[in-house]
Ligand binder design. Structure first.
Ligand code: SAJ
Length: 407
């Protein structure tokens, strides 16, 4: 039996996937409300294919509890935020989960950490906990790091099709864990050591952050000299070895905007491109505010209350707002005492999280003159015609209406 600890964006789909592929699974989360919702037969976030997978797993007998179980394998997928000041990984949740597991697990148990952690975290934060308990690592307890790679919006597909990395002290244990993941994972599963697995995960997300930063920097350069960044990227990408990403209003989500800081925090003075990329991406919400200001001046608009921000999530077709560029913009506007004036709408966010939030596209459009497209949800793409007559600032290049302003 596998006890999946932490039933969030990664833990829940992983638990469901295992259960629907013949593995006995109990999912544990300390959040009693979340466990209650799952036990009532409801999922806790929106994701393509998740509800169907949930039904299959329920049929297969998955159980949810807030108690840690006594079993031979654990998969820990709890959050790993970073400390805003030191930029180092905050392993508190991982430590707490490991401690809880150690208090119930039998000797010989395998503890797999799936949460993204900075290189060295298992050595610094997890091994000491096991040793303190008087357990011998490699005999009484086996440690493994198997970072996830799935992208929100396509999680269920990617869980099955992506390649995975499994880092273990002991190859045999690595192979054993590989067998469990192979129940559903059709991609290649590479078994390596723990340090390499930790580093690989962070390096992958940092690669994407740097590449997005390049696109964002090009957008700023092109804006300063009146060039079309999208056309330049489109043509450059015809080169067989060039693949520039798309500029946008900033990089959100709990992964790409967080993981590079682990390297900056741990290797100050060495992680230079990584730090520069982070700064460029973090400057984008402010850059969009500058664009709004310039466009309002150009169009003779003075009322911030007639400006509408479309999209609160960090990217299209997900309901996740973590580190979202829109929230960063609103925070920054509030410093200039106007964040509460602007109107906001996102079809994926049904509860009120910010002032002047709308829950209906038509009502939102009626109350604004300038719309800032911050997220390319399918909803807005299907309703583009409704924007005719508005002043449009499109940060995602999704609107082809003539006169649309871009980054
Ligand atoms: N973005 C751009 N321009 C682009 C691509 C993305 O501005 O060309 C923005 C998005 O709008 C968003 C942010 O970057 O705000 C990140 O979005 P994303 O779709 O690139 O990635 P995430 O954070 O949803 O998922 C990433 C993935 N990592 C990589 O692609 C290397 C995923 O595979 C990981 O599993 C996930 O991080 C994670 O959990 O680590």
């Amino acid at each position: 039996m596998v006890n999946v600890v932490g039933l969030g964006y990664i833990g829940l789909p992983t638990a469901l996937m295992l259960a629907s592929h013949g593995i006995r699974v109990i999912g544990t989360d300390y959040n009693a409300q979340l466990v209650k919702t799952l036990n009532q037969g409801k999922t806790t976030f929106k994701e393509e294919g998740l509800d169907e997978l949930f039904q299959e797993a329920m049929k297969a007998g998955i159980k949810f509890s807030n108690q840690y179980q006594s079993t031979d394998m654990y998969i820990i997928s709890v959050p790993t935020p970073y400390d805003e000041v030191s930029k180092k990984v905050d392993a508190t949740y991982v430590e707490k989960a490991v401690e809880a597991v150690l208090s119930v697990c039998p000797k010989g148990a395998i503890i797999v950490v799936e949460s993204t952690i900075s290189p060295g975290t298992i050595n610094r934060h997890v091994r000491p906990l096991v040793l303190q308990k008087g357990y011998e690592i490699g005999k009484d307890i086996h440690l493994v790091h198997a970072p996830e790679r799935i992208i929100p919006g396509n999680m269920v597909y990617e869980l099955v099709h992506n390649s995975r990395t499994i880092g273990a002290d002991d190859k045999e244990i690595g192979e054993k864990v590989k067998k469990v993941y192979s129940s559903f994972c059709e991609g290649e599963i590479v078994v390596t050591d723990i340090r390499t697995a930790e580093m690989t995960k962070v390096v992958e997300n940092t690669f994407r952050d740097i590449n997005i930063a390049y696109a964002n920097e090009l957008a700023k350069i092109c804006r300063s000299d009146n060039m079309d960044v999208y056309e330049i990227i489109r043509i450059a990408n015809k080169h067989p070895r060039v693949n520039i990403l798309q500029p946008g209003p900033g990089v959100g989500g709990h992964c790409i905007s967080v993981d590079p800081w682990f390297l900056v925090g741990d290797y100050p003075g060495l992680a230079n491109i990584i730090l520069a990329a982070r700064k460029i991406n973090d400057s984008m919400p402010e850059f969009v505010l500058g664009r709004i200001h310039d466009i309002m001046q150009e169009r003779g608009m003075t009322d911030v209350g007639r400006v509408g921000l479309y999209g609160l999530t960090y990217k299209e077709n997900v309901d996740d707002m973590r580190e979202s560029p829109t929230l960063q913009m609103l925070e920054s506007m509030e410093k200039h005492l106007c964040g509460h004036l602007v109107k906001v709408y996102d079809p994926y966010i049904t509860r009120d999280v910010v002032p002047n939030q709308y829950h209906d596209l038509d009502a939102f459009l009626k109350d604004i003159d300038l719309i800032v497209l911050l997220v390319g949800h399918d909803e807005i793409k299907a309703n583009m015609d409704k924007l005719r007559g508005k002043v449009i600032l499109d940060t995602r290049k999704i609107c082809e209406i003539e006169g649309t302003y871009r980054l």
